[in-house]
Design a protein around this ligand. Sequence first.
Ligand code: SAM
Length: 306
Amino acid sequence: MNNLGHRFGGNWTEQKLECVGKYLHAYTTIMNKQHFQYAYIDAFAGTGYRDMENDEDTEELMFPDLVAPEVVSFHDGSARNALEVEPPFMKYVFIEKNTNRYAELEELKKEFLLKAEFSEDMIECRREDANEYLKNLCGKNWKNHRALVFLDPYGMQVDWKTIESIAGTQAIDLWILFPLGTVNRLLKRNGEIRSSLRERLDLFFGEPDWYEVFYQLAEQISLFDEEQWQKTGDIFTTIEQYFIERLQGIFNGVAANPLLLRNSKNVPLYLLCFAAGNPKGAPIAVKIAQEILEGMQNPSQLTLLG
Ligand SMILES: C[S@@+](CC[C@H](N)C(=O)[O-])C[C@H]1O[C@@H](n2cnc3c(N)ncnc32)[C@H](O)[C@@H]1O
């Protein structure tokens, strides 16, 4: 490991990776007994490492490249976690746009190629845009293929069209980190959102209807007042319900209990959501994901899952 380790996340990062990690194990255990070619696709892969010094500053999460690369203690990131899953996936695809982080992924690949169970064609690192890569990949024939996709962006980097393409394969299980805190911060109290930001939110949610969901007309004092919009009361719950309903509209199954991840000041940052695309597999996939999510919300339940 060199000093290019990747700086983000606090305790909530641990929860996120633990949750996805448990599902990966359940997934490969089941897929191992089936006839499909199955892959793990980490579309915002980072470096394979994460470090633990983090003040959870939300600006840092939105503009990670402004953060000084200090070296602190390192822990496994999502890519390394996936490579260590037993039984392993048949194929791993790690996508990372940042040149330095991509180089770290290539090092991670080299490290795992020293192990007997990995071969060159099993691990593919790609330095490109995750949205473009996924939309192209999802357009292929998935009849004999299955995949687990993990979308773990800092902010609103995933376009709704990408999520639609994933759902359209009917062959992919998806874990996605939804940037609840970022979306909430962008929604100004008085509803005045500049047009470029509205366009970004339209792309992100795949429709402009979010505005009427997140805002309501304030009572007018007199007939001659201008229309005033105000943010709905329980905005975090409203955003959560809206996003889960959007997923339910395109996937065959969606976990009803996404994991709310908060920073050390108890401020909601992200929602970890699960959706399953395959009509036959979705009920069992959602059941497993919901049990894992439930266990993360109430840690005493984790023992039930082994
Ligand atoms: C939160 S980090 C990923 C952390 C990683 N999943 C882990 O747990 O170790 C998000 C990563 O996505 C990368 N990224 C941002 N936008 C991207 C895009 N459009 N395509 C591919 N990678 C992107 C960033 O460079 C960053 O490394």
